[in-house]
Each structure stands twice: as structure tokens, then as C-alpha cells.
Design a protein around this ligand. Structure first.
Ligand code: PA5
Length: 433
């Protein structure tokens, strides 16, 4: 069953030309399925949910159990597409305060996603005091940030546990054949998982890149794949805008872009979805932002950001639209207590759940922003769980492929990411730069 729904009711007046996108969307759909479009050597993700081997999922579950016995803390090293997908899912599923109230699985912490000396120093202090293990994730195997973090952590592990036990605590996720990390992993005999050749970083969450850390954090990766597989079958079955929500999302985004909206804001009302927004920003930003084109993907977390970005969204330049990620049910409930004196004036809320109050804020904001000239799309899911997240991840990936092709860019390359690296290497004096 598909649990994700897209409503464009609050954007319709801005996209009266929507039907004109059907032809481009149908061509894009065929190009994705038949792998005939630009960047077609990076379309492995399209069939991933239906093709991933059960034995691979089980192998990762075995590793997760092994790690749970040896580590209180698990360090996930990676950046960009080798970081955000795992973190998006783990933070969406875990207890909000899991670092203070840990469960049975190791606490997941992250490294290699910045070059901060203070961050790395703080991390080393934590690792001095905790039993830990580590995954180093890099498709290219040569990215500076994770490579630097791994050098420091490998050194720390070997001092703490000795070389043999350190190797037992390291898993490398990288290319099957190429890259410095592959060479190192082979030489040191690390357990390795492969990032498939035909899957780019930001589309790799449903490979071991995302799935291994998620399993180690204690979540059900088979359910994630089950959800993604249901969405894969559904989205592949038709390219019609009225029947395929990914086709509709891709068409509406392009229509709004063509009609003067240049910023899309992904809005959540659940703090656990913060990193899903970060993952989405990378997916759409790196896929579409090229050749002087593309919507700028931004994010807000409400109601927090209603008190910071709310003014701009309501009243600033009319160049934006919102896509609200709306969650219908919470997992837990709290009663708002009545107070005899009612000095804070909140007794009128006592018959309502906190989720009802949150939903009232969401609906009120939709109406206000629509009145203020901000078209509003709404993607709703009944609740946050593994299966729904699997559906949502695949939905966004498929829609991104359709949307990028409709925009006439290659959604599967990222030439712009290289520019800063060349300058940095030259500044640092790397041989050859
Ligand atoms: O989506 C992408 O391709 C990038 O964001 C990469 O994931 C990121 O640059 C990290 O690359 P690598 O996995 O090669 O270390």
C-alpha cells in the first residue's frame, strides 16, 4: 500500500499550464526506465529496491548484531551522499534524545562531514572514553574530508585496540575496484561493502551506504526496502501526471519554476525530519543546479522557523513556493493538563492533542502563505516509520530524475562540486595542483 500522497490544491492557480508538461514528463519517464537519457551510466538506483539481494540485507543485519556487542558508539564517516541519507533515516526514526537516553543499539555519531579541528578534537575525547567501531564511506575513496577523519580515527583505534582488533572494528564502503580507500581496505583486510558503479552518491541511500549505518542504529532495513520496492513498482507503472505523484511533483516544480518561482522550501513540522530535509536539499540541489538553471532547494523546520523565516516567507520577495512534508499521526500522546487558575490562558487547548495544535499551526500557515502569494504543495504520510521512509526516499529520487530531465539537465552529474577542491588542493600544496 502506498502511504504517500501529494496534493497540489493550494498551488493550482499558479500552474494552469501543467498539462503542457505531460509530454516532457513521459519522455523523461521512458528515459529513466530504459536508461537512455543523460547520465544513464548512473541509473542503477532506479531498480535498486527490486534488485537488492536479500543475502546482502541479511549480511548487514549480522554485522549490526556483531557491532552492537562490541561498541557503545558507532562512528559513521562520510560526506554528501555518503552521509546525509543514513543520517536522515536514523534521525527520523530514533528517540529525539537518544544521546542522553540510549536504547539497545550503539549511539551513532558522525565524522568526515566537516574539516573542523575542534569537532575532531572533541570526537577524539569521546572516543578515548567509549568502546567504539567505525564505518568509512566514500564511493570515490579519495574525498578529503572523510579521508582525513579516517586517518585520525584509524590511528586512534590502532592505539586503543591494537592493529588486529582495530581492523575488526572497521568497515569500508567504497567502489568495488578503484580508489585509495579500496586499496587501504584490501591491504588491511577490512570488511567491505560495495557502492555499485551505476549509483551516484546522492542516490545511494538504499545501498550499504545508507543501509548499514541504519541497521547498526537498530532499525529494520528490510522494511525500508519493502517500502521503496512498493514505490518503485507504483511509479514505474505510469507516467501520467494525474496517476503518478512523482510525475505530478516533477511537473508542478517545473511549471512553478517557469512561472517565476526560483526557490522551493521543504517544510516540516517534526524536528526528526530536519536531516531528511538536508538529504532532499542535496538531492535536488546537486541534481538540478547546473547550466545556470534550477530551483534553489531550501528548508525550514516549523514551527521553530515560523519565528525566524516566517516573515520572509509571508512577505518577502515572491520568488518561492513551499512543499510541506505533513505527518498525520504521532507515535506517542501527551495530555495537556488543565489548570484551575488558567493564568497562561491555555485551558481552551485541554480537549486537544498536541498533534492537533501542531496541525492547526500547519493549516494556519498554509492559508497565510497562500494569501501572501506562496503556492503550497503538500506531501502527506500517515506516520514516520521504516516502510514509509523507504517509500518517501524512492519517491523523491524518482521525482528528481523526472524533474531534472524535464528541466533539460543531467541530474546525475555534479561538475560544480569539483571547483572548490582544485583551489583547496592548490592552496594546500597537494602534489600535481
Ligand atoms: O552526491 C555526490 O556524488 C556527492 O555528494 C558525494 O556523495 C560526496 O562528494 C562524497 O563523495 P564520496 O562518496 O566519493 O566520498
Amino acid at each position: 500500500m502506498i502511504n504517500i500522497r501529494l496534493s497540489i490544491d493550494s498551488a493550482k492557480t499558479y500552474v494552469s499550464n501543467l498539462a503542457t508538461f505531460q509530454e516532457k514528463i513521459s519522455v523523461a519517464h521512458t528515459e529513466l526506465l530504459q536508461k537512455t537519457g543523460a547520465g544513464n551510466d548512473f541509473l542503477g538506483w532506479v531498480d535498486l529496491p527490486s534488485q537488492i539481494e536479500n543475502s546482502l540485507l541479511e549480511d548487514m543485519e549480522v554485522q549490526a548484531k556483531k557491532i552492537a556487542h562490541m561498541a557503545e558508539v558507532y562512528v559513521v564517516i562520510g560526506i554528501g551522499g555518503s552521509y546525509l541519507g543514513a543520517r536522515a533515516v536514523i534521525e527520523a526514526l530514533q528517540h529525539h534524545f537518544s544521546l542522553i537516553l540510549p536504547g539497545n543499539a550503539p549511539q551513532i555519531i558522525y565524522a568526515g562531514q566537516n574539516i573542523s579541528e575542534d569537532y575532531m578534537s572533541d570526537l577524539m575525547q569521546v572516543l578515548d572514553k567509549k568502546e567504539y567501531a567505525v564505518s568509512v564511506i566514500s564511493k570515490s575513496g579519495t574525498t578529503t574530508e572523510p579521508a582525513l577523519a579516517f586517518r585520525l580515527i584509524k590511528n586512534h583505534l590502532e592505539k586503543k585496540y591494537g592493529k588486529t582488533e582495530a581492523a575488526n572494528r572497521i568497515i569500508a564502503i567504497t567502489d568495488e575496484k578503484r580508489g585509495a580507500l579500496k586499496t587501504l581496505a584490501d591491504k588491511e583486510n577490512y570488511k567491505t561493502y560495495v557502492v555499485p558503479d551505476d549509483v551516484g552518491g546522492r542516490y545511494s541511500v538504499l545501498t550499504p551506504v545508507g543501509l548499514l549505518p541504519i541497521a547498526i542504529a537498530g532499525f529494520d532495513i528490510k522494511k525500508i526496502i519493502e517500502g521503496a520496492r512498493e514505490m518503485e513498482v507504483f511509479l514505474k507503472s505510469t507516467s501520467l501526471i494525474e496517476d503518478n505523484p512523482a510525475a505530478l511533483y516533477a511537473a508542478v516544480r517545473n511549471a512553478l519554476y517557469g512561472n517565476g518561482k526560483s526557490i522551493e522550501i521543504l517544510v516540516n513540522y517534526e524536528p526528526r525530519l530536519f536531516f531528511l530535509t538536508e538529504w532532499w536539499k542535496q538531492l535536488y540541489g546537486e541534481s538540478e543546479g547546473k547550466e545556470g538553471k534550477g530551483l534553489f532547494p531550501a528548508g525550514v523546520s516549523n514551527t521553530t522557523d515560523l519565528h525566524s523565516m516566517g516573515q520572509y516567507i509571508q512577505d518577502g520577495s515572491r520568488i518561492l513556493f513551499e512543499t510541506v512534508l505533513s505527518v498525520e499521526q504521532s507515535h506517542q500522546s501527551l495530555t495537556i493538563p488543565t489548570d484551575q487558575e488558567d493564568l497562561d490562558g491555555l485551558n481552551y487547548l485541554c480537549t486537544k492533542s498536541i498533534t492537533e495544535v501542531n496541525q492547526a499551526a500547519e493549516e494556519a500557515t498554509r492559508r497565510a502563505h497562500l494569501d501572501g502569494g506562496v503556492p503550497n504543495l503538500r506531501i502527506s504520510i500517515n506516520e514516520i516509520n521504516e516502510k514509509n521512509l523507504g517509500q518517501l526516499l524512492y519517491f523523491f529520487e524518482f521525482a528528481c530524475g523526472l524533474s531534472g530531465y524535464t528541466l533539460a539537465v543531467n541530474p546525475f552529474d555534479q561538475p560544480g562540486v569539483e571547483a572548490y577542491k582544485k583551489n583547496m588542493f592548490s592552496i594546500l600544496g597537494k602534489p600535481g595542483f
